[in-house]
Design a protein around this ligand. Structure first.
Ligand code: URA
Length: 435
């Protein structure tokens, strides 16, 4: 087999065989197929697409390019969740303890933020001492003994995806639904997931800007799971405005803690209930979404989800004094309210602009590996559809630098649209795929 023939075949819109896909991915992982051939192939895939069968083969080839965790002797069923990325998305911090408190142990590997969307590891690192670099042995031991783990990718999982994603990033080949679906699912499968809730965001602060694209991605990922012998369901959730009120690492941890104490913003609570409910259905703890929601809600009301979160923090070296008294978490030196320029109804709080503003304040990074400031961020006080008076605070900026604060103020005013006509609230969800 020759790599060039595989590229030509895809260029000419033909379906690749399982063997051809495996040959290409194995060769690329070992460095025998060079980047220029992989780039040409990725572009051919972007332009001509792949069938679900080809995409599943690609997913499995990438999943098996490194270690594949087997959690079957450790947990009754290996559950996972994945968000395609958004602004203010601190769902994992609440959902994981809820599911664990409802009786299903979960060990999860999460990622860091890049660009306008935040990352779970960065949020958890706002807690002094919290480790996100557990080894595979530590991961398995904690999962067995404590029943909850939230860390970074420890093992050499799906190295082919790591290599291919870096190449796609610089060759204009990221926005391909088969390449995105296989990239996400290969990592989930390599991490041992058997039941996966996929939170596919759609809107102005999401990767997928249209419902049509989000639905296509969700359907493909659910089909890949099915073909690969796993179970997945996908939620299509709104990401036109930030989720909850807090955007920024320590601010989001504080909001997650308030939610774990059975408070928190209504939209965020609803989001957590929905994700947790579907995980509990996949985990065999609930017969349907309604029962899963009731179970999840009980873990907030009786304090058991909060206890699970505390156990997690303690097990990973975090200082629980900071989560017991979240006012001690890193706080920014400057806080400034951004008032509404006129009265009316909130018509838009552009999630991407809010996310980009948080990056400017220092809460995120433009390039992998850049340091971040856990204290800074934005509190959004309004939701689309709510009435607002002139001069009423719509945002509070938390900053450590005057010039960045001034830039944030300008940008946030651009993110906000106020209408004199009444505006309907945005839906939380646009559908569920794979039920
Ligand atoms: N997230 C991933 O993990 N992979 C992609 O290709 C896009 C988003």
């Amino acid at each position: 087999m020759r790599a060039v023939d595989i590229i030509i075949k895809k260029r000419d819109r033909q379906e690749l065989t399982t063997e051809e896909i495996r040959f290409f991915i194995e060769g690329y992982t070992r460095g025998e197929i060079p980047d220029y051939q992989a780039a040409a192939w990725a572009m051919a895939v972007l332009l001509n697409g792949m069938t679900p069968r080809e995409t599943t083969d690609l997913t499995l080839a990438m999943a098996h390019s490194g270690d594949v965790l087997d959690l079957s002797g450790v947990v009754p069923i290996a559950l996972d969740k994945h968000s395609t990325g958004g602004v203010g998305d601190k769902t994992t911090l609440v959902v994981l303890p809820m599911v664990v408190a409802a009786g299903v142990p979960v060990g999860k590997m999460s990622g860091r933020g890049l660009g306008f969307s935040g990352g779970t590891l960065d949020k958890m690192e706002s807690i002094p001492g919290y480790r996100t670099d557990l080894t595979t042995e530590e991961f398995l031991q904690q999962l067995r003994e404590v029943g909850i783990v939230l860390t970074g990718q420890s093992a050499d999982l799906a190295p082919a995806d790591g290599k291919l994603y870096a190449l796609r990033d610089v060759t204009g080949t990221v926005p391909s639904i088969p390449l995105i679906a296989s990239s996400i699912m290969s990592k989930k499968i390599a991490a041992g997931a058997e039941g996966i809730v996929l939170d596919v965001k759609v809107g102005k602060g999401a990767f997928m800007q249209t419902l049509e694209d989000a639905r296509a991605l969700a359907e493909l990922m659910v089909e890949i799971a099915d073909r690969a012998g796993r179970r997945a369901i996908a939620l299509l959730s709104d990401m036109n405005q930030p989720l909850g009120y807090a955007v920024g690492n320590a601010l989001e941890v504080q909001e997650a803690i308030a939610t774990l104490h059975n408070g928190g913003p209504a939209d965020f609570r609803e989001h957590c209930f929905m994700v947790a409910a579907h995980m509990l259905v996949l985990g065999g703890k609930a017969k349907d979404e309604a029962e899963g929601r009731a179970l999840a809600a009980r873990t907030l009301a009786d304090g058991s989800a909060w206890e699970a979160f505390r156990n997690l923090v303690r097990a990973q070296g975090g200082d629980v004094a900071y989560v017991d008294d979240p006012a001690r978490l890193p706080a920014a030196r400057l806080q400034e309210a951004v008032p509404a320029p006129r009265r009316g109804y909130v018509a838009e709080i552009h999630a991407r602009t809010v996310g980009e503003t948080a990056v400017i304040l220092g809460a995120g990074r433009e390039k992998k590996g850049e340091p971040i400031d856990h204290a800074v961020g934005i509190m959004v006080h309004k939701k689309v559809g709510e009435a607002v008076e002139a001069g009423e605070p719509v945002f509070t900026i938390h900053a450590n630098d005057e010039a960045r604060l001034a830039e944030a103020r300008e940008r946030l005013l651009r993110a906000l649209k106020i209408s004199s006509e009444a505006v309907l609230p945005l839906p939380h969800f646009y559908g569920v795929i794979g039920e």
